[in-house]
Design a protein around this ligand. Sequence first.
Ligand SMILES: *Cc1c(COP(=O)(O)O)cnc(C)c1O
Length: 367
Amino acid sequence: MTKVKIPLAKPYIDQKDINGVIETLKSGWLSCGPKITRFENSFAQYITRENAVAVSSGTAGLHLAVKSLNLKPGDEIVTTSLSFIASANCLLYENIKPVFVDVQENSFNIDPTKIEEKITNKTKAILVVHLFGQSADMDPIIKMAKGYNLYLIEDACQGIGSSYKGQKTGSLGDISVFAFYPNKQITTGEGGMVTTDSKQVSKQLKMLRNQGRDPASQKIDHQVLGYNYRMDEMSASLGITQLDKIEWIVKQRQALAQLYHRHLSKIPKIILPKVKDDRTHSWFVYIARVLKNRDQIINNLSKKGIQTRAYLPAIHLQKPYRDKFGFQKGNFPTAEKLASQSIALPFYIGLEENDIQYIAQTLKKSL
Ligand SMILES: *Cc1c(COP(=O)(O)O)cnc(C)c1O
């Protein structure tokens, strides 16, 4: 194994993050304390939603978001075939049938022109994902959800800090979910957040994350079957100080994307990510495409100490989905093509221009 010189991702942690966590540890209040409330309040304000509910992961948040719709087993939710698997697993947890839609080649996001043909009388919601940090085409999707009286769930786990026509990603659905795993734009270690304007849904989420207990009651009184999906205070502390610098973080990531663009656009046979005119990109990852030999290129880069990854595989071709629903190669051709061509390149604050130059040169030689 060659030593990794340039890793794929790295969290950005500064002294304020460290001081905050130390303060929390010294306070002795490690769960269900003041930092959760503070993080939730500042998050809701930042996203411009009435309520934010912190949870233990993005996956837990997605599960609760689906649960909060009170659907029946066999109901359907229309969603994208190209995403991190959690955005569809959350449907399977509740026996909801995922109805996949192919993606747009130029954005990797769900193709709004292919949604309508998938809507049946069992369809209850659209779950849209803002992949890689760029918002999906929201206007036609919102129109469709309104027209067919469907809930709109946003998986904004990769989308914090981006916007669509001036509105924050994660403020456009009935309910939206964020994630703070260490490779995301901001991190709490493990953690997630659900945002909604509905007071009632917010109350239900708080109950579900804490074993079904009524948040207003002092008694140990379980109203519904709940979970332990709580975020702890150390994570919430990190969330507060990370969110404080979100705008700076996004600017740094945008600058890195520009540097990549400058160095990679001179190389033929490589397809670069596109930012659509009516939105801003917050760059969860930087994805380049090659027309062939993707896996070999990843190996070559690895031998030169550059960590990259095939990102992402199409969900419908993963074993649990093939086994349960009988999906096959060819079902969603654009998602499959993109999944076979894309490479996530190293992307984190602290990556230098000469690193990017080295990555570009090595990539060029491997093509
Ligand atoms: C990261 C991510 C999640 C899940 O978040 P975890 O915190 O890892 O559970 C869900 N959906 C998408 C699109 C993600 O990128």
